[in-house]
Design a protein around this ligand. Sequence first.
Ligand code: PLP
Length: 390
Amino acid sequence: MKKKFETLAVRTRTKKTHEREHSTPLYLTSSFTFDNAEHMRAAFADEVEANIYSRFSNPGVKEFEEKMALLEGTEAAYATATGMAAVFASFMAFLKAGDHILSARAIFGSTHAMLTKYLPKWGIEYSYFDGDNTKDIEKLIRKNTKMLFIESPSNPGLEIFDLEALGKLAKKHQLIYNVDNCFATPYLQQPVKYGADLITHSATKFIDGQGRVLGGVVCGRKELIKEIYLFCRNTGPAMAPFNAWVLSKSLETLAVRMDRHSENAMTLAKHLSQHKEIEKVNYPFLPSHAQYETAKKQMKAGGGVVTFVVKGGYERAKKFMDALEMLSLSANLGDTRSIATHPASSTHAKLSEEERKAAGITAGLIRISVGLEHIDDVIADIENALKKSL
Ligand SMILES: *Cc1c(COP(=O)(O)O)cnc(C)c1O
C-alpha cells in the first residue's frame, strides 16, 4: 500500500551510514571523493549515481528533495537557497528572450519585482491578470506566451485561484503551469492534481515553520526538474546542507503544525469577523471570502494567515501594531510565534497608492501569521491592542 502523507514525511530518509544512526546525520561537506579515476569519470559522465560537489548535490539536500517530491506527488524536486531562488530558477530555466509570461497580479513582492524589473531587461515580457475568470485570462494569451504563474492563496491578499480551471487553460494552450504553493504547503493543497507542471516553494515559511532558516524548492516532472537542476548547478543558488537538515526534520511535523495553524487561524478569523473595530476579515475558509467555494474545493483547511482591515486607516493600524504585547512585529510568516505585519507601512510601502490598491492592500490592512501559541492568548493580545489603539 502506498504510504500516507504523514508517514512519508517522517520515514523518508537517505540510507543509514555504517553507524546505523536513527536520525539523518548532517553532511557538512563541500565535496565528495572517488575510488579511482574511472569512478570519477563515470560520475561526471552521469553513468553512476554519485555525489560530486555540494553545489550539485548533497545527501541531506537530496533527502529533503525526495520528501518534497513525495509530498507534492511529483517525480522530482530540486532545493534552492531561498524561495526567490526557486521562483527565479523556475522562470529562467524555461524562458528566453521573446517569450511572454502570464501571471496573476496578486503575487509576492519580490516576484513582482522580478517580472516587472528584471525579466523585461532580458527581453521576457509579462502581463498580469486580476481575478480568476478564465475567459478574461485566455484573452491575454499570446503566440509567445510560454508560462502561466500563480500563487494561491496569494501573499498578502489571500486571493484564491481556481487551480483546476487554470490547469485546463494552461493545458489547452500548452503553457508551463507554475504554482507558488508556499501558503498552503503540500499538506493543504497539491497543485499537481490540477495539472501544475512546476510547484515552487519558499521553504522559509511553513515548511521550516520555526523561523530558523531560508530555503526554497521546485517540484515537478523529472525532465523539467533536470532543467532546473542544470540551471542551478551552473548558476549557484544551492541549498546549504545545514538548512536541508533543518528543513527535512521540519517536514516530519508539517502535518500536525498545519492542522493547528489552520485551526487557530480559523478561530481568530471567526472571532474578528464579529468585531466592531474591524471593517473586514479575509480568510479563505470564511464563507464571506470571495473565492470560498474554490478554497473549499482545493484546500484541506484555510492555512495559517488571516488578514483584516482595522477601522481608522493607516494611523490606527500603526497604533495597533505598537499596542501588541506578545505578537512579533516581523516581515516573516509561517512561524510557531504569531506575527503581525502592516504592509502599507512596511513590506509594500515602496509601492504607489495605485499599485497597493491593485494588490488589495489598504491603509488599515493587518496581516497575522497565526502561530502555535494557545489561540486564547493570541486573541487576547489582539483584543487588547484594538482597545489600546482606539
Ligand atoms: C516569502 C515568499 C517567497 C520568497 O521566499 P524567500 O524564502 O523569502 O526567498 C516567495 N513566495 C511567497 C508566496 C512567499 O511568501
